[in-house]
Design a protein around this ligand. Structure first.
Ligand code: ZN
Length: 422
């Protein structure tokens, strides 16, 4: 064991306690609860360890309000001399609890090797591992080059605009300040995540004319028009998307192609208020809306992706009298994939080999995460996701993270710091 390994082994209980403490602060998003509390908690710990700590509220960002302010923490520890800065970025928000839990979602319960709770793997376990890795590195090496940064940022689960995007717009991920970024999302201890597929969300609305439900021939049903759109998507578009394969190493395997989900459909009169006991009223639907969630590949062009949906709508229009529609862009992110020869990728792969004795596996995420902002706004492409936890447990009931997995990931992170900063 190296001195760093000893320092980490001695911090095992500290790592467990830190993970539990972070889980016990319910940073639910939406609406964005307890962001200040979690930043204060981390700030106190890091400031005591000699870090320069900044607390930053993303004033004016989407979702920011006095009731639910978007707080972020950035901490920096300088080495003695000039050199690169290695930045660990974790989001501190967690998604809703949902049904099906057998544990207290905010209890931080531990059983054997597992710590349970909402956010355990996504990604308070990764945040705790990076903090412990940096602290063990600092305790082991009094002199090093460059700097280490740790950030805990808001709103990743809702797009990251009150977190990493806001910080990136203010230069926190500028290449002059930060040279290597590691995002400890739950990709597992022996995998390096290079980036993600692209995403385009759009709302499609079909138009109709309201009439009495007993005389539908006097109206025009927007729901039937939408049915024709869905049939066209089913028969023509899905088979086409399934043929488009990517060279990106996306996991799971099923996401190694173009995909399309219909996130929602609404037509006709609104859902009744809870508690309403009456019957619905008979009307022909005068509008119907769907939200499309199209995930695209680095080999695809966003303009062509959009044109493909328009083609679907135009084909339906050509054969259905009275068919009219609107389409509205909601959200778009281009695919990104860091080069395997990028310094941070090579260094973490070397560290995985040093620590675990295995070859790193390279993966790409099916969905996006905060790397998009670091890449596009920060203009820093030397960025990966690497951290403990199993991706398929994220957002699930009884989410957990493994203690040994966190310790091993922390060893890889610490070894990465040694390789980059000594
Ligand atoms: Zn996450």
């Amino acid at each position: 064991m190296t001195p760093l390994d000893h320092a980490l082994a001695a911090r095992r209980d500290d790592l467990i306690a830190l993970t539990q403490d972070l889980i016990r602060i319910p940073t639910l998003n939406p609406p964005g609860r307890n962001y200040r509390e979690i930043c204060d908690f981390l700030a106190a710990r890091l400031a005591a360890g000699g870090w320069a700590v900044e607390l930053l509220r993303a004033t004016g960002a989407p979702g920011d309000s006095d009731a639910h302010p978007r707080w972020n923490l950035v901490a920096r520890h300088e080495g003695g001399e000039g050199g690169d800065c290695v930045h660990f970025n974790s989001h501190h928000d967690v998604v809703e609890v949902g049904q099906g839990w057998t544990r207290d979602p905010f209890g931080g319960e531990r059983e054997g090797d597992r710590i349970y709770g909402r956010g355990a793997c996504d990604m308070k376990g990764g945040l705790a591992a990076s903090v412990i890795a940096a602290e063990a590195f600092l305790a082991t090496h009094q002199h090093f080059r460059g700097a280490i940064e740790i950030s805990a940022t808001a709103d990743e689960e809702s797009g990251g605009y009150g977190g990493v995007a806001w910080l990136a717009e203010r230069g926190y991920f500028a290449p002059e300040r930060v040279q290597h970024v590691i995002i400890p999302e739950p990709l597992h201890k022996d995998r390096i995540c290079l980036g993600h597929r692209g995403v385009w969300w759009a709302e499609v609305e079909t138009k109709g004319r309201i009439a009495h439900g007993s005389m539908p021939f006097l109206g025009d049903s927007a729901i039937r028009h939408m049915g024709a759109v869905l049939a066209e998507i089913e028969e023509r578009l899905y088979p086409l998307l399934a043929t488009r394969r990517t060279a990106m190493p996306v996991v799971p395997e099923g996401a190694r192609q173009s995909t399309l989900n219909i996130n929602s459909i609404h037509g006709g009169e609104p859902e009744p208020e809870p508690g309403y006991t009456g019957l619905p009223a008979p009307c022909v639907a005068d509008r119907c809306r769907i939200v499309l969630d199209r995930r695209f590949l680095i080999e695809e062009d966003l303009g062509a992706v959009k044109a493909e949906i328009r083609d679907v709508l135009e084909r339906v229009k050509a054969r259905r009298p009275g068919f009219a529609y609107d389409i509205r862009d909601l959200f778009e992110v281009r695919p990104t994939m860091t080069d395997r020869d990028a310094p941070v990728v090579r260094t973490v792969a070397d560290a995985i080999r040093d620590v675990l004795g295995t070859q790193a596996a390279y993966v790409v995420s099916p969905g996006t995460y905060d790397q998009k902002h670091i890449d596009r706004i920060g203009r820093l492409s030397n960025c990966i996701a690497y951290g403990p936890g199993l991706l398929h447990l994220a957002h699930q009931p009884d989410e957990w993270v493994g203690v040994q997995d966190m310790l091993d990931s922390a060893r890889v992170m610490g070894r990465t710091l040694e390789r980059l900063l000594l």
